[in-house]
Design a protein around this ligand. Structure first.
Ligand code: PMP
Length: 436
């Protein structure tokens, strides 16, 4: 049993000594003290089904025994040396990652970082050096990080500081079908939003851009899933303007979308660069940017160094995570359980008018709540209430979107069918209770 400080003590110390910028979910924050696979326990011993995975990070299960064993061994042997010396794990992991990219893509060279923000920083820097162009295009409603350059990419006012010294970023319309910026419907829309990128380049840039960066499915933005064909059109436009195409796979990679290992593969495109974090390491502070040799060579233009990037502990955890993804058919599970979940959530939508939209792929699902299906007024306080009541019943989910009205269901990918049923049944009960 847990014998550490009480919740109020933990909270008080945090408030006294840590940055006040730290936010917590829930009116009464959760103190979590133990995890195993898809479950978490609080200080009282209460168990929760974790359907948010530490914000889509714990890909194959909390404290997965096979991963814990390998990391513990490595910690006891050698923890840190930096890349100025040789250690076998970094090359081994780089090789394994390269084997996961489509054949002929040329995506073979990896720069390891400690976070997704850093991975995106490297991608943008390399793209600018390679193309000699300055301007970068990202999508409205995207999230690419909290460092200065990635905050500039991120397109939600809630995540941008007033003083953000933006790098030169232009935001194109988000392929957000449920709230189509043109009020059109797929496929009769003719993918007008994708073609908008051409106008952004024509009217808002010099005509030549360094890069286009996009999440294959927008995560923080609420599982906004671009329609088929979207990326093909955009990649074509961007490449004609001299830019590189960057796929941010921080949330959508490593099998999460079920059908494919990478989110971009669902769209039949091949990016010039892929950035990763979160699910790559099942919770390790680990990020990566993979690209082709001629683009990767740009990092030799000056000395660039990252003290912890590629450290033996993170590399061991990343390698062990990949092994589990394969040994335990994680991607197939994301597909099977994800399909089941989505099917049941769509049934729920028929009975609960609050559910305006159910979207996503595999185990990356968004449920957008609205007060009125016609006006689509965001039901943000209702979403917060659903989260609170779900927590009381032992279910942890996330929320996202600019208005915080989209429930985000992105569990560790070891979720089983009973868990998925518990999840939907719990949401059903909670929505019924809200109606009363
Ligand atoms: N890209 C995406 C798609 C993300 O969701 C996030 C984190 N939410 C990041 C980048 C930034 O990652 P990190 O917090 O590790 O810097």
């Amino acid at each position: 049993a847990y014998d550490g400080p009480s919740k109020s003590e933990v909270l008080a110390v945090r408030q006294q000594y840590l940055t006040p910028g730290l936010i917590t979910y829930y009116r009464d924050p959760l103190l979590l003290v133990e995890g195993h696979m898809q479950y978490l326990w609080d200080e009282t011993g209460k168990r929760y089904l974790d359907a948010f995975a530490g914000i889509v990070t714990v890909s194959v299960g909390h404290c997965h025994p096979a991963i814990v064993k390998k990391v513990q061994e490595q910690v006891g042997k050698l923890q840190h040396v930096t890349t100025i010396y040789l250690h076998p794990t970094i090359g081994e992991f780089g090789k394994k990652l390269a084997e996961h990219f489509p054949k002929g893509s040329g995506l073979t060279q990896t720069y390891f970082t400690n976070s997704g923000s850093e991975a995106n920083e490297i991608a943008i820097l390399s793209a600018r050096e390679f193309t000699g162009n300055q301007e970068v295009i990202s999508l409205r409603n995207c999230y690419h990080g909290g460092t200065q350059a990635t905050m500039a990419l991120t397109a939600h006012s809630t995540w941008k500081f007033k003083t953000n010294p933006t790098i030169n970023v232009k935001n194109a319309l988000a392929p957000y079908c449920y709230r189509c910026p043109y009020g059109l419907e797929y496929p009769s829309c003719g993918l007008k939003c994708a073609k908008d990128v051409e106008n952004v380049i024509k009217y808002e840039t010099s005509g030549q851009v360094a890069a286009f960066i996009a999440e294959s499915i927008q995560g923080v933005g609420g599982a906004v899933t671009p329609p088929p064909g979207y990326f093909e059109i955009v990649y074509d436009i961007v490449r004609k303007a001299g830019g590189l195409c960057i796929a941010d796979e921080v949330q959508s990679g490593f099998g999460r979308t079920g059908d494919r290992f990478w989110g971009f593969e669902n769209y039949g495109v091949t990016p010039d660069m892929v950035t990763m974090a979160k699910g790559i390491g099942n919770g390790a502070p680990l990020g990566a940017c993979t690209t082709r040799p001629e683009i990767a060579a740009m990092m030799k233009n000056r000395i660039h160094f990252n003290t912890y990037g590629g450290n033996p502990i993170s590399m061991t955890q990343g390698l062990a995570t990949l092994e589990v993804i394969h040994n335990e058919n994680i991607q197939q599970n994301a597909k099977t359980i994800g399909d089941h979940l989505k099917h049941r959530l769509l049934e729920l939508q028929e009975r609960h008018p609050l559910i305006g939209d159910v979207r996503g792929m595999g185990l990356m699902i968004g449920v957008e709540l609205v007060r009125d299906r016609k006006s689509k007024e965001p039901a943000n306080t209702e979403a917060a209430d659903v989260m609170e009541k779900a927590k009381e019943r032992g279910l942890i989910i996330g929320k996202g979107g600019l208005f915080g009205n989209t429930l985000r269901i992105k569990p560790p990918m070891c979720l089983n069918k009973d868990d998925a049923d518990f999840l939907v049944d719990t949401l059903d009960e909670v929505l019924l209770e809200l109606k009363r």
